[in-house]
Design a protein around this ligand. Structure first.
Ligand code: BGC
Length: 723
C-alpha cells in the first residue's frame, strides 16, 4: 500500500531561533516562466502542517502528516498542485507541534517525554514541475527558504490553539537546515484525515452559574468554526466540555490537565475562523470571553477524522437502541482520527491497544477501516520491542509499560479481524512476524510453561465486579492472560495457514496451553472467566460453562458484571449457546448497568463508565471519566452477527460467502442491519407480525441461511422467509 518511496533531495528546515510555542510559517517564492503541464507537491513535517500556495489551501488533509511511530515511520503527502501554480508563486507552510512534540501523555513526566517535547519541529518538501516542453524543475526545502512567526501564537494537541488575527509577520529570516533521518519517510499509508460532518449549534444559553454555553447536541471530535463581527483587539476565549454537571453548569474537570482551549484576538469587522493544527472532543463550548450576544448561527462544529467510508447500518423498532447505535458510530468517528484512540478529549488521546482490539470487529463493519488499521498495525510492529513486547499504546508514547494481556493481543486479534472482514491476506503477510513475536514474548516471559503467569496486566479493566477502590474487575489476571495466550497462539496458527507458513510449533504449543489451562483452571469464578473459557474454546464443556454463565447472570439480577475484557463477548457467548433471550435482556436493559442507561442520561457517544453520570446526577469521578470512549460500543458486532445474523464464513473471508442466521428477540418489534462488504451489500431484517416472524434477506454472495432450525443453501438474491 502507498506506492514507491521517493528519494528526497530536499533538506529538513526549521526556524533559525527558538520561538517557544509560536507556530512558524515557512515561505518560498518562485516564478514560473513556461507553461506547466503538471505540478506536484511532496510534503511532510516533524509536527503538523498546513500549506497554502498563492493564498489557496493545498489539499484537504487536516493535521498532516498524521501520527505514526515517528522514529521509524513518517508519512509524506503528495498533492497535485497543477491548478494552483501561477506565473508568480508563493508557497507557505505553517507548522504546529502536533503529536510529534506534544506533552503526551498528560500524567507522565519521563525523560523520554521531555526529549520528545524538546526535539526540533521542521518541514521537508519538494515541488516537482513538469513543463509542456518536457523540461522539469524541482524546488526543494533548503537554505533559500525564509521563515517568520505566524498569527498562530500557540497550538498543541492537548491545550488547544491561540490565534492573533491582528498579527502581521514583519520579520522574515533565513531558515536553518538540519539533520533528521530521511530513511523514515514513507508515502501516505493511512486514510487522509479530513473535515467530515458539520454539526450546527443547537442553542446558546446562560447556565445557572451565569456562563454562556453553546450546545451542539452531539459530541464530536474536531473543532468549532465561528463567525464574529468584532473590533480589532476584541478577545475570544473558549473552553470545551462533554457534559453539563448536575446543576446544568459547564464542566470539564474530566479533561484533566488538557486545557483544550481556544484563544483568539479579533481583527476588525466580520471574520470566520477555526483552529487548524489541533482538535478537541466536545459537545459544549463555554464562551468565557466573546464579543456581543452570541447566537447559534455563529458556531459550526466540524467533525474531523480519518476518511473512512461508512459501510454498516443498523435500525430497530426501539428509539433508545437506535440512539445507542448512533452513539457507537459517533464514538468511532470521534476516535478514528488517524489512530484508534481511547478518547479524544482528556490528556490521553492515545492509541490504547486494548481498546482498539475490543472494537476492531465493530469498527470494520461500521466503516471501511482496512487502510486505517493497516497503517496502525504497521506502527504496532514498528514499535514492538526487540523481545516481542507490544506497548499499551501505539504509537508507543508510554514508557516502561509492561505488555498487558488483552491489550498487547491487539497484535494478533486486529490483523486477523481485518483479514476476516475484508478478505485480503496481505495484512497477515505484513503482520505475521509481529504476531509470532508477540506469542513468543509470552512463551519467553511466563513463570509457568504453557500459561501466562507473573505478568502485569490491566485485568478485566473497569469490571463491574471490581473490588472497592480498584479499576480492575475480580477475574484472575493469570487466568485472563493465559486465555489470551491461547487465543493469540490460535490466531498465529490460523494466519500462518492462510499465508502458507509452517505453524507446527504453534499447533503443539496451542495444544499444550489448552491442556495446561484445563488442568490449572477447572473452575471459573467470575462472569468474565466463564465468557473467556467459552469464547476461546478453552472450557472442556462449553455448553455447561455457558449454562453456568447464564445462571450467574440471572443470579446477579440479569446484570453484567464484566469489564473491557468480558463485555465484548458476553452476548455472543449467550446467544451461541441458546441464551439469545438473555442476551436481548442485557442489550435492552435500561437501568444501570447497561448500554441503554447512558442513553437515558442523554449520551450521544459511548461512555468509559457504565455510570459516568450516576443515578443521582453526580459524576463517577473527575480523573477517569470520559464520555467518548468507544470500547463498549463493541456490542454492535453482536447486533450485526447475531441479532441480524450476518456473519463471515471463516474459510471465505471478506464475505465471499456468508452465514446468515438472524436471531430475533421478543423485546423488539423489528430489527434490520446491513454491511457493505467487498462483494456487495448484505442485509437482513426481521419483523414480528401477528404471531409470526417475517425475514427479509438480501445477499450478493452465496449464503447459508439459517431460520430457526431450518438451513438453506442459497445463491445471490433476495429472500423472504416466515417462521
Ligand atoms: C484508558 C483506557 C485504557 C486504560 C488501560 C485508560 O487510561 O483511557 O481506555 O485501555 O487506561 O488500562
Amino acid at each position: 500500500m502507498g506506492g514507491r518511496t521517493m528519494e528526497f533531495q530536499a533538506k529538513w528546515i526549521r526556524t533559525s531561533e527558538d520561538i517557544g510555542g509560536v507556530c512558524p510559517v515557512f515561505r518560498k517564492g518562485w516564478k514560473t516562466e513556461k507553461k506547466v503541464e503538471r505540478a506536484t507537491l511532496y510534503l511532510t513535517a516533524l509536527g503538523v502542517y498546513e500549506a497554502h500556495l498563492n493564498g489557496k489551501r493545498v489539499g484537504n488533509y487536516v493535521l498532516a502528516p498524521g501520527w505514526t511511530a515517528y522514529d521509524k515511520r513518517l508519512q509524506y503527502q503528495e498533492y497535485d498542485i497543477t491548478d494552483l501554480v501561477g506565473k508568480k508563486n508563493e508557497l507557505t507552510v505553517t507548522l504546529g507541534k502536533g503529536w510529534f512534540r506534544s506533552p503526551m501523555p498528560g500524567w507522565q513526566d519521563t525523560s523520554d517525554k521531555l526529549q520528545r517535547m524538546g526535539r526540533p519541529g521542521g518541514i521537508l518538501g519538494e515541488v516537482h514541475i513538469v513543463y509542456m516542453d518536457g523540461s522539469e524543475e524541482v524546488i526543494v526545502t533548503d537554505q533559500s527558504w525564509i521563515w517568520g512567526e505566524s498569527r498562530i501564537r500557540f497550538s498543541e494537541i492537548y491545550d488547544g490553539e491561540f490565534c492573533d488575527d491582528t498579527f502581521v509577520t514583519k520579520e522574515w529570516n533565513t531558515v536553518k537546515e538540519f539533520e533528521w533521518s530521511k530513511e523514515i519517510l514513507i508515502p501516505q499509508e493511512g486514510e487522509e484525515i479530513r473535515e467530515q460532518e458539520v454539526v450546527t449549534a443547537k442553542s446558546v444559553f446562560r447556565t445557572p452559574a451565569g456562563e454562556m454555553v453553546v450546545d451542539f447536541g452531539q459530541e464530536i471530535t474536531g473543532y468549532v468554526e465561528f463567525t464574529v463581527d468584532a473590533h480589532a483587539g476584541d478577545r475570544i476565549h473558549i473552553l470545551h466540555g462533554e457534559v453539563l454537571d448536575a446543576e446544568g453548569n459547564f464542566y470539564n474537570a474530566n479533561y484533566r490537565s488538557a486545557k483544550a482551549e481556544i484563544n483568539y484576538i479579533c481583527s476588525e469587522g466580520t471574520q470566520t475562523w477555526h483552529p487548524a493544527l489541533t482538535f478537541f472532543g466536545f459537545r459544549y463550548l463555554l464562551l468565557d470571553e466573546f464579543p456581543g450576544e452570541a447566537t447559534p448561527e455563529q458556531f459550526r462544529g466540524i467533525a474531523v477524522y480519518s476518511n473512512i467510508r461508512k459501510t454498516g447500518e443498523i435500525r430497530t423498532s426501539d428509539p433508545a437502541l437506535n440512539q445507542l447505535i448512533s452513539n457507537i458510530f459517533w464514538g468511532q468517528r470521534g476516535n478514528f482520527l488517524d489512530v484508534p484512540t481511547d478518547c479524544p478529549q482528556r490528556d490521553e488521546r492515545l492509541g490504547w491497544t486494548g481498546d482498539a482490539q475490543v472494537f476492531t470487529k465493530t469498527a470494520s463493519y461500521n466503516f471501511d477501516v482496512e487502510r486505517f488499521f493497516t497503517k496502525w498495525l504497521h506502527d504496532l510492529a514498528a514499535d514492538q520491542m526487540e523481545n516481542g513486547a507490544v506497548g499499551h499504546v501505539v504509537p508507543d508514547y508510554l514508557v516502561g509499560g509492561n505488555a498487558s494481556a488483552a491489550w498487547a493481543d491487539a497484535a494478533t486479534i486486529c490483523p486477523w479481524q481485518i483479514y476476516q472482514t475484508y478478505g485480503n491476506p496481505q495484512i497477515l503477510k505484513d503482520q505475521f512476524a509481529s504476531m509470532k513475536k508477540w506469542v513468543d514474548y509470552v512463551t519467553n516471559h511466563t513463570t509457568t510453561p504453557y500459561l501466562w503467569t507473573g505478568g502485569e496486566h490491566f485485568g478485566d479493566w473497569l469490571g463491574l465486579d471490581a473490588p472497592q477502590g480498584s479499576y480492575k474487575g475480580s477475574s484472575r489476571e493469570d487466568f485472563i492472560a493465559s486465555a489470551f495466550y491461547a487465543h493469540s497462539t490460535e490466531l498465529v496458527i490460523k494466519a500462518g495457514r492462510v499465508i502458507g507458513e509452517d505453524v507446527k510449533t504453534y499447533e503443539a504449543l496451542h495444544e499444550k496451553i489448552v491442556e495446561t489451562f484445563r488442568n490449572t483452571y477447572p473452575e471459573y469464578g467470575t462472569q468474565t472467566e466463564h465468557i473467556l473459557a467459552v469464547q476461546f474454546g478453552l472450557a472442556e464443556d462449553c455448553q455447561k460453562t455457558a449454562d453456568a454463565l447464564a445462571q450467574m447472570i440471572r443470579n446477579d439480577g440479569c446484570q453484567m458484571r464484566t469489564g473491557f475484557v468480558g463485555t465484548p463477548y458476553i452476548l455472543h457467548v449467550l446467544s451461541n449457546y441458546g441464551y439469545t433471550d438473555l442476551a436481548y435482556t442485557l442489550l435492552c436493559r435500561k437501568e444501570y448497568p447497561s448500554w441503554l442507561y447512558a442513553v437515558g442520561k442523554g449520551a450521544t457517544t459511548i461512555w468509559e463508565h457504565w455510570d459516568g453520570i450516576m443515578e443521582n446526577g453526580e459524576f463517577w469521578s473527575t480523573d477517569m471519566n470520559s464520555f467518548n470512549h468507544y470500547a463498549y460500543g463493541s456490542v454492535a458486532d453482536w447486533i450485526y452477527e447475531q441479532a441480524a445474523g450476518i456473519r463471515v464464513v471463516e474459510e471465505h473471508p471478506g464475505f465471499e460467502k456468508a452465514w446468515i442466521q438472524p436471531k430475533p428477540g421478543d423485546q423488539l418489534e423489528w430489527l434490520g442491519a446491513s454491511i457493505e462488504t467487498r462483494h456487495g451489500k448484505i442485509s437482513s431484517r426481521w419483523t414480528h407480525t401477528d404471531g409470526a416472524i417475517r425475514y427479509e434477506i438480501v445477499t450478493p454472495v452465496p449464503a447459508q441461511i439459517v431460520i430457526g432450525k431450518k438451513e438453506y443453501a442459497v445463491g445471490p438474491g433476495s429472500y423472504i422467509f416466515w417462521e
